[in-house]
Design a protein around this ligand. Structure first.
Ligand code: UDP
Ligand code: MG
Length: 314
């Protein structure tokens, strides 16, 4: 029977991991599986709880980071260390119901390369967040060559081939939703109703959402970089027409040139515009800077993966 590796990033999930594991075991009873918990620098008892789970269940693997590196890094660490011919990705808070797993595995057996979950409702999400994310999808999809699916989650099962493809994208600025779309392959979307996390609190604020959106845009399209060229042409053309207008007006009516207010407005408008465009440039430079530093995406403090297996993966 094929091995299914389930990757679960955990950050301060002491209240949820045990519940999650219980549900997962119920669903995967009879399957050949391993669970890879990534402890992403939790400040609570998450690691101890995961270690206890590993003690009583040989299918449980844990990798504990030296600090909080973020969910994207945790996903990457899991993907690298997964040995299954099928690889799954799930949140620890039971917002990704394990009951969808059999359907996902079946889709792959039918010939799909990926089976991924898509939320059909935004129940329980603040209105600003859901409006914000709709706005983000609109913008992103109109300026990027890859198209994101609204409501798509990270919850998915992929074949070994897709996993290896995602692993070849080893960039530092990781935006998994985009990476999964970028590699392509045939995806079956499985729809489900949004559910609240069972316990604990989400670490997402509106500010995080905005930062995340900007990161996604910078990572997947360079179109904003061309914005200054277009705006530059338009504004120069307008200025030239205005210049002709002033000259003609002076020649015909001998009008003295006036317009202190106009000058101030023009200067402030252009100044603001230039700062915005330099800011955009800065965002791309920031990404390039981070990539060229070539720092590791995560650092492991401890794990129960034995050296023999680590060697095999290396
Ligand atoms: N997570 C993580 N590192 C972080 C933040 C979150 O590994 O820095 C994990 C978290 O433990 C959970 C998953 O990522 O398993 C999703 O996080 P959360 O539920 O806070 O996000 P939301 O469901 O609101 O998108
Ligand atoms: Mg959650």
């Amino acid at each position: 029977m094929e091995l299914l590796s389930i990757i679960v990033p955990c950050y301060n999930e002491e209240k949820t991991v045990e519940m999650f594991m219980k549900e997962l075991q119920k669903t995967l009873d009879g399957f050949n599986y391993e669970v890879i918990f990534i402890n992403d620098g939790s400040e609570d008892n998450t690691l101890e709880i995961i270690k206890n789970l590993a003690d009583s269940n040989p299918n449980v693997i844990y990798i504990s980071f030296s600090r909080n590196f973020g969910k994207e890094s945790a996903i990457y660490a899991g993907l690298i260390n997964a040995t299954g011919s099928l690889v799954g990705l799930m949140d620890a808070d039971l917002q990704h119901p394990p009951s969808l797993l059999p359907e996902m595995i079946e889709a792959i057996n039918e010939g799909y390369d990926v089976a991924a979950a898509k939320r059909v409702s935004k129940k329980g999400e603040p209105i600003v967040n859901s409006l914000g994310s709709r706005f983000f999808y609109r913008i992103f999809n109109s300026i990027s060559s890859i198209k994101l699916v609204a409501g798509a989650t990270d919850y998915r099962v992929m074949t070994r081939q897709v996993t290896d493809a995602v692993l070849r994208l080893n960039e530092y600025n990781r935006f998994s939703k985009g990476l999964f779309q970028w590699v392509g392959f045939e995806t079956k979307w499985i729809e489900y109703e949004n559910i609240q996390r069972v316990a604990g609190e989400s670490t997402w604020s509106l500010g995080d959402l905005i930062r995340y959106s900007l990161k996604a845009i910078v990572a997947f399209t360079t179109l904003p970089l061309s914005l200054s060229i277009v705006l530059g042409f338009i504004i120069s053309a307008l200025a030239f027409i205005y210049l002709l207008f002033i000259i003609v007006k002076y020649l015909i009516y001998s009008d003295p040139v006036q317009g202190f207010a106009t000058t101030i407005c023009a200067i402030l408008f252009l100044g603001g515009m230039q700062m915005i465009l330099i800011g955009i440039l800065g965002k791309y430079l920031e990404n390039t800077y981070n990539e060229t530093k070539n720092r590791p995406i995560f650092l492991v403090k401890e794990t129960n993966i034995d050296d023999k297996r680590l060697d095999k993966i290396r």
